[in-house]
Write a protein that binds this ligand. Structure first.
Ligand code: UGA
Length: 445
């Protein structure tokens, strides 16, 4: 059965979710108060880098299932279900989730509620927020007939369309049978495919989202610490990680060492949950440690690069490959690469950057950096290359253009140390023995 859906907010989550709801066969209007953005979206021009999304937007516009609008009133009036998908960024002062956009959306929707609506909070929000939204709507419009639902998203940037269409589970927090029935109809296709739809109370659903992100962040912080231990003990993190992951109770994913987790979710959500828990005197010491561990790990990455460059980078030219916080995205928010670049600049290095998708965003936050046209222009003549993002095009590079005695610091373990040794490349990675070799005698500063 086709449901009339409105999605408030055409940011990352709203745009992907709205488009995928249309793909599931529902009739969707995505609302944003930015008219230029809406005009572009109507032409299937999408403002974010997300594989498969533009094609899916276009297909569903053509099929008449997906529309974009700035008019909230008429959209609210004709929709059965309203998804709120506005941002909840970290408040820089407190580390708490900033709920101001969500509150504005709730107030605006409230005044136009003309008959029974299901109002779904899709944004990542602290426990208790759905109740807050409910109160705001009741205060704004005491006659409004509605139910409130929590339905967190589990979409990875770069894989968001795939994740939406192939979920491990769907989490729905509800208070009433009518809301439950409506959500069941929306996700009927997945139910038929045997994908679990877990109905919970509002608070549990809100907490599942934070707990999931904090748990995944914990796995990464853990494996990064184990990787650092490998370096001190001559163990090999690739083997250790594989051995750990083969235990079904642990699982193989999110055990890849990296320069530290980044992005718009793990850093924000670990901080927000730790803060919220502290506030109610139920501190989460593990999550607090994960935040600290990730910060320390980033600092250790900088030490690692300095050591690879014989202890100093002043006056040297370093190439950083990848500024996106991970591959397949143009997002640089909380990217470890940015912290590394700024630290190396402070130590006197000249920085050349290449990233297949994220240079425009990086240019907004970095200064005094040379952005190269391609990966080989970026590496030519450079004193050392730092691989910070695991883009596929960085996996099979020819380092000859760096000349003899090339130094590569691979913070994503993309290369085989033995193959690097055979090529005479000084190669440093994470959690594995460094390869100290040279085609010509080492020239130590
Ligand atoms: C994350 C979650 O994976 C999604 O389920 C969730 O919906 C989303 O946050 C959100 O809350 O909106 P995302 O931030 O897009 O998705 O990125 P991930 O692919 O999970 O990666 C996060 C960070 O962890 C990246 O910096 C990545 O490089 C790092 N990572 C990931 C590792 O260092 N090692 C790994 O093994 C996996």
């Amino acid at each position: 059965m086709t449901i009339q859906i409105a999605v408030i907010g055409t940011g990352y989550v709203g745009l992907v979710s709205g488009t995928c709801f249309a793909e599931l066969g529902h009739s969707v209007i995505c609302i944003d108060n930015n008219p230029e953005k809406i005009a572009q979206l109507k032409l299937a021009q999408i403002p974010i880098y997300e594989p498969e999304l533009a094609e899916m937007v276009n297909k569903n516009i053509q099929a008449g299932r997906l529309n974009f609008d700035t008019q909230l009133q008429k959209t609210v009036e004709k929709s059965q279900v309203l998804f709120i998908a506005v941002g909840t960024p970290t408040d820089p002062g407190t580390g708490q989730a900033d709920l101001s956009y969500l509150k504005i959306a709730a107030r605006e929707i409230a005044q136009f509620i003309n008959d029974y609506k299901v109002i779904v909070v899709k944004s990542t929000v602290p426990v208790g927020t759905c109740h807050l939204v409910k109160t705001i709507i009741q205060q704004e419009n005491p006659n409004a007939q509605f139910d409130i639902v929590s339905n967190p998203e589990f979409l990875r940037e770069g894989l968001a369309v795939y994740d939406f269409m192939n979920p491990d589970r769907i989490i729905v927090g509800t208070e009433t049978e009518s809301a439950k029935a409506m959500m069941n109809q929306i996700y009927q296709v997945f139910d038929k495919r045997g994908i679990p739809i877990l109905f919970t109370d509002l608070e549990s659903s809100e907490l599942i989202k934070y707990a999931a992100n904090c748990f995944l962040a914990t796995k990464i912080a853990f494996i990064n610490e184990i990787a650092n231990l490998c370096e001190k003990t001559n163990a090999n993190i690739v083997e250790v990680s594989e051995g750990l992951g083969l235990d079904k109770r642990i699982g193989a994913v999110y055990l890849k060492p990296s320069p530290g987790f980044g992005g718009s979710c793990f850093p924000k959500d670990t901080l927000a949950l730790a803060h919220a828990a502290r506030e109610i005197l139920s501190p989460l010491s593990i999550v607090e440690s994960v935040i600290l561990s990730n910060e320390r790990h980033k600092a250790y990455m900088i030490e690692k690069i300095l050591a690879a460059c014989y202890g100093a980078v002043r006056g040297k030219t370093l190439t950083v490959l990848g500024v996106a916080f991970k591959a397949n995205t143009d997002d640089v928010r909380e990217s470890s690469a940015l912290i590394i670049i700024e630290a190396l600049q402070k130590q006197g290095a000249n920085i050349i950057v290449y990233d297949p998708a994220a240079m425009e965003n990086a240019a907004k936050v970095l200064s005094n950096v040379v952005f190269a046209k391609d990966v080989y222009q970026a590496m030519r003549g450079s004193d050392a290359v730092v691989i910070a993002t695991e883009w596929p095009e960085f996996c099979d590079l020819n380092f000859d253009c760096m000349g003899d005695n090339a130094t590569v610091v691979d913070l994503r373990n993309l290369y085989d140390p033995k193959a690097m040794y055979a090529q005479g490349i000084r190669y440093f990675s994470i959690g594995r023995k460094p390869v100290i070799t040279s085609k010509k005698p080492l020239c130590v500063d």
